[in-house]
Design a binder for this molecule. Sequence first.
Ligand code: PBG
Length: 323
Amino acid sequence: MIRRNRILRTSPAIRAMVAETILTPSDFIAPLFVTEGENVKEEISSMPGYFRYSLDLTINEAKELWSLGIKSVLLFVKAADSVKDNKGTEAVNPNGLMQRAIRDIKNAIPEMVVMTDVALDPYSSYGHDGIVEGTEIVNDATVEVLARMSLSHAQAGADFVAPSDMMDGRILAIRNILEANGFDKVGIMAYSAKYASCFYGPFRDALDSAPGFGDKKTYQMDYANSREAIRETLMDIEEGADIVMVKPAMAYMDIIRLIKDRTTVPVSAYHVSGEYAMIKAAAQNGWLNEEKAILESLTSLKRAGADLIATYFAKDAVKLLQR
Ligand code: PBG
């Protein structure tokens, strides 16, 4: 035998020396769910160990993330039913919960990279990402609101807006409105290859944003397709996206690799709520070792090509890495 591949696996030290993929805290984007009120900490039933926080507690959470070396948060808000409509009125409210959350986090931790979800679902009386006419989610009218929503996030101090709606042409519209208003340092992280997925279920519980009728298949992508992901992503880059995202992550690693090989912008992967829930549920049943499952999953996403990983395990992962 002239090649003994096991030599490079002999000891922890050798394995560490030849490891190709190493997670670091700055790989992670930590999603945060913000709710109204004070001193509110509500566990999301389908996401054990993950919470919705009122703004005061969100700040504490963001400070802890920052102290662990996590550079970025991705904000989502749970809007009250009373402010939901079919026009996205609350989405552009300069004093809405999202806009207040951006301002308060930037005030508390100016260096933290604040990213914001841009889509109408938390504000929609129909639970859809866009404006509804009949049974249709209309594209161009939605894009117009999403652009104004992005501008209002920029005005509140957001570093990146993250459109998750999958309407056609929204990246260009957002880039244009940001340019026109002098926000030339605000980035766009586009959910470019976002699939219509059952793995978003727990998230919709968290924000009370499940679609009231139908599904999201006329705007989110069909999981049967991969070439379509390339088309969507290349268009988003042409329209001005700074970072592109693949979502969900684990069942879509082929897409992450494909996008990584075909583009030159940073690629992020969203390890979504259902992926979190699966690991948690298996661990709670004693079927999987949670800590090992977290590190194996996230390292594999980076190996697949993700430069950034949005994950509900961000804090756990950094604590595990510190050991
Ligand atoms: C909203 C949005 C969703 C997620 C992120 N932004 C839900 C959806 O599209 O229905 C899912 C995130 C997760 O499941 O963790 N457009």
